[in-house]
Write a protein that binds this ligand. Structure first.
Ligand SMILES: Cc1cc2nc3c(=O)[nH]c(=O)nc-3n(C[C@H](O)[C@H](O)[C@H](O)COP(=O)(O)O)c2cc1C
Length: 379
């Protein structure tokens, strides 16, 4: 696989681990991925929920926990690390500032359009900031909107963009009806985004790297999506069933025990569909049962916390801690394909070997095609 640069950050293997909240991708998984030459990503969502003072001082707990998780990751790897920040978080600006102060290499901005940037970014100036900013979108149109807005408002454009298709895990940027039946293929979304961003160039005059996410599982998938124009891939689901993933074993086991029919969709209380593994808990919420809770603070800007049937953050933390009777596992469409827990290195080896084998196969097919067409001419 060809290495990649995002901003001036060199990424030896163009495999990015998707940030997974709550408490699924922390320093353990992020450092293991970065040590393989990919990009390891800490999820900032709800990161302070396990701090002792979270109920009284949620914002402070989140800030402290993110800073210490970044520092812990840095102590475990010299590789490229990122933070995944949801635009929908009430303390998005503060957590972005912590990430910049801690000189995280890349911040991925998803779950909402990152049109605005906090004032401190303009005050510092992009050139003085080590961190590169990479939005995550679900359509070429959304990518274009962000690039137009940033170039007009900030005279600066994002360093790359992630396009996440409908087969991904977690909250999805599609309507429920777009997720059932025939879904839009990821390679179509990638082609459209590459095309629409052609008018923009990096400071070095290169194309803006488009990163593909959602349903990528094998080296063959990587070849296919790169043919469509992606320069890197971002995988979440495949990295869950690793020894290094920070979730409890019961969470990982729910992937291994699942079959294709168990991968299902829910309407999350934050107003977005989410893909999960079916369970008794999922059936309860699908039946409309409520799970009363106290909200120490409104962690998501748009959460109508007095009306929603359950707290999505608490439910996700429960499952990350292995309390599968009180939570559900977010999961991509391919979650059922995992059969055992492996090391992150084994996934990298499998992806790279699968990729190389597919490229070789394609080249030999081309040669055979070439010979036979010459042969035809000769006849
Ligand atoms: C368990 C899980 C939790 C996730 N949590 C988040 C999250 O908190 N914020 C976010 O922007 N994306 C989240 N994602 C999406 C991933 O970052 C990534 O884009 C996605 O998993 C890629 O698709 P794949 O799972 O098919 O590989 C999550 C995905 C999974 C599987």
């Amino acid at each position: 696989m060809e290495s990649l640069e995002i901003g001036k950050i060199k990424i030896r293997v163009p495999i990015i681990q998707g940030g997974m909240g709550i408490a699924i991708s922390k320093s353990g998984l992020a450092s293991a991925v970065a040590n393989q030459g990919g990009v390891g990503v800490i999820s900032a969502a709800g990161i302070g929920m396990t701090e002792p003072d979270f109920e009284k001082n949620s914002r402070g707990a989140n800030r402290r926990a993110l800073r210490s998780e970044i520092q812990k990751t840095r102590s475990l790897t010299k590789g490229v690390i990122g933070v995944n920040l949801m635009v929908a978080l009430s303390d998005y600006d503060e957590l972005l500032k912590i990430s910049v102060e801690e000189k995280v290499d890349i911040v991925f901005m998803g779950a909402g359009l990152p049109l605005k940037l906090p004032d401190f970014v303009m005050e510092m100036g992009f050139d003085a900031i080590h961190t590169r900013f990479v939005p995550k979108v679900s359509s070429a149109k959304a990518a274009k909107l962000i690039f137009q807005y940033w170039s007009q408002k900030f005279n600066h454009i994002p360093d790359a963009v992630v396009v996440e298709g409908p087969l991904a895990g977690g909250h999805l940027g599609f309507k429920m009806e777009e997720l059932t039946g025939d879904v839009v293929p990821l390679n179509q979304l990638i082609r459209e985004t590459v095309e629409i961003l052609k008018e923009y160039k990096t400071p070095e005059g290169l194309e803006i790297p488009v990163i593909a996410a959602g349903g990528i599982y094998t080296g063959v998938d990587v070849v296919e999506i790169m043919k469509a124009g992606a320069k890197a891939v971002k995988l979440g689901t495949r990295f869950v069933t690793t020894h290094e993933c920070d979730a409890d074993l019961a969470f990982k086991q729910s992937y291994i025990n699942s079959s294709e029919k168990d991968i299902t969709l829910i309407q999350s209380p934050v107003g977005l569909p989410g893909r999960v593994i079916d369970s008794e808990f999922v059936q309860q919420i699908k039946r409309g049962e409520t799970k009363p809770f106290n909200c120490p603070w409104k962690c998501l800007k748009n959460c109508n916390y007095k009306e929603v049937p359950y707290c999505i953050s608490k439910v996700l933390l429960n499952s990350a801690e292995g309390k599968m009777d009180d939570g559900f596992a977010f999961a991509g469409y391919n979650a059922y394909r995992a059969t055992k827990i492996v090391f992150v290195k084994e996934i990298f080896d499998d992806l790279i070997h699968g990729y190389d084998a597919e490229i070789l196969k394609n080249q030999s097919l081309l040669k055979i095609g070439g010979v036979s067409s010459r042969a035809k001419v000769a006849v």
